[in-house]
Design a protein around this ligand. Structure first.
Ligand code: SAH
Length: 468
């Protein structure tokens, strides 16, 4: 099975930097079920074509966890080695992991830029009819060309099979295209080659972030992504509904609905936002800033609380602001809500008059993205010039990283983190800033605590010291 990615963006070779794979040689990767090869049949300034070819070992596949097979023969004789299925998604995440996460060392400036891209899948088993291709890909903006293959060219009487060559085209970022393929390839097939657990819900929501909640077929996509896992499906749909619910007035039906929702653990990020929100509410703030607001998760919580009369989100990433604007459904907000919120494009390392005269600022998981050399500028922008009465700032606690087995020793949690602080380092920084700019500081853990290591995240609450 083959995934072919091509672009006519110029210089087309940029695609190889975005994929983090050198265009001059064939590169092979061992996967649990066989090998993946990456190669470039065409690289000119005008056009670049990259191929991801999977060479699946059917025996290795059976030795693994089993392919949801029906019988012994079916275990060995099936279409798995030849079609794009969940195996392709695994290969995408392992071979194009950085690109999927939207990272590029050498073309960072292009990561957020939509490029003219074409993805071709040979072949995709579409169980449920060709119509499915249109219902799933069209709302995402793709132009689709699908060619159906006969079951056997020698025996026309056998008719058509469920197998298609599919070409998808649009101007889109490489990361978003790969996220779509990662989630949607297995959806057409409706089978998974591995055990489906809670992890799969997290993967679906993470890779589907910023597009799945708004997809008109999100329920069908979720059901097919988590085949036969009713409780996981319910959970995923409830969480997608949370992301998508329009932000009208607070009303009682919302709380009834959440009381009926299946219990689940709050994710770490939700716990973090809860803690920040609680601190802002407790401080009595009305006019609040969310600095480095990203895609607007905290803004949404702020908007749902009447205490906050003026809410301003600022971020350096235009793409994030666009997502926030879409997620918050700016164009559909009732006027009273719309008047309470604004989004600003700006950088926290430059003095910005627009940030003056606020009661409070939240700075959630942002500081670790700043270049250490720019920290001093950031401190002055926030604590000297904007100078809100309260600042609530969270950042990862590096000591906790050893708890996550999947994180290589010494690695940071996110490719874009410039540093991660221990609790002592965070407190030393906070105390110094407090002293320099006249704020008192208190610290609290966020997330479940482990003896001697603390919690995954840490929060500092800064309050101006008023001299009577
Ligand atoms: N606060 C959000 C997003 C955290 S991710 C949340 O908790 O969900 C970090 C965010 O900081 C990103 O959206 C990034 O674009 C933004 N950011 C990084 N450097 C910045 C800077 N110098 N000025 C403003 N925003 C910045």
């Amino acid at each position: 099975m083959l995934l072919t990615l091509s672009t006519t963006h110029q210089p087309a070779e940029d695609l190889s930097y975005l994929l983090h794979k050198h265009p001059d040689r064939v590169q092979s990767f061992d996967l649990s079920f066989g090998q993946a090869h990456v190669f470039y049949p065409e690289v000119t300034p005008e056009r670049c074509v990259a191929c991801l070819l999977l060479d699946v070992d059917p025996v290795a596949l059976v030795r693994g966890k089993g392919a949801g097979s029906d019988g012994l023969l079916d275990q060995y004789v099936n279409d798995r080695p030849y079609v794009c299925s969940s195996l392709m998604s695994v290969a995408i995440s392992q071979v194009f992991g950085s690109a999927l996460a939207g990272r590029s060392k050498d073309r960072a400036e292009l990561v957020d830029v939509p490029l003219p891209l074409t993805a071709r899948l040979d072949v995709l088993p579409v169980r449920g009819g060709e119509d499915l291709l249109h219902r799933i890909f069209e709302p995402l903006g793709y132009t689709i060309t699908a060619t159906r293959h006969p079951l056997d060219e020698q025996f026309a009487a056998w008719g058509e099979g469920p197998y298609y060559s599919v070409e998808l085209q649009q101007s889109i970022t490489v990361a978003r295209l790969l996220q779509h393929l990662y989630v949607l390839i297995p959806v057409f097939d409706g089978r998974k080659h591995y055990y489906i657990g809670q992890d799969e819900v997290e993967k679906l929501l993470a890779k589907g972030e910023s597009w799945l909640a708004e997809h008109p077929e999100r329920a069908m996509i979720t059901q097919r992504y988590l085949p036969r896992q009713q409780s996981l499906i319910r959970q995923a749909l409830a969480r997608l509904a949370e992301e998508d619910s329009p932000l009208g007035e607070e009303d009682e039906s919302a709380s009834v609905e959440s009381a009926e929702r299946p219990e689940r653990e709050r994710t770490l990020h939700e716990q973090r936002l809860d803690a920040v929100l609680a601190a802002l509410l407790a401080g009595g703030a009305q006019r609040v800033l969310d600095l480095g607001c990203g895609e607007g998760k905290l803004l949404r919580l702020l908007l749902a609380n009447k205490q906050f009369t003026e809410i301003v989100g600022l971020d350096v990433s235009v793409r994030s602001l666009e997502v926030a604007q879409r997620r918050l459904k700016f164009d559909r907000l009732p006027e009273r809500q719309r008047e309470r919120i604004r989004l600003l494009h700006g950088a926290l390392t430059y003095r910005d008059e627009r940030l003056a005269n606020f009661d409070a600022a939240a700075i959630v998981e942002v500081i670790e993205h700043l270049d250490p050399a720019r920290l001093k500028a950031f401190e002055r922008v926030v604590f000297e010039h904007a100078r809100p009465r309260t600042v609530v700032l969270t950042t990862p606690n590096r000591e906790y990283n050893v708890v996550w087995e999947s994180l290589p020793a010494g690695a940071m949690r996110h490719g874009d983190h410039r540093f991660e602080w221990t609790r002592a380092e965070f407190e030393a920084w906070g105390n110094r800033v407090g002293e320099q700019f006249g704020y008192s500081v208190s610290y609290s853990p966020v997330g479940p605590e482990v003896a001697n290591l603390g919690a995954p995240s840490q929060m500092g609450l800064f309050e101006t010291i008023t001299i009577e």
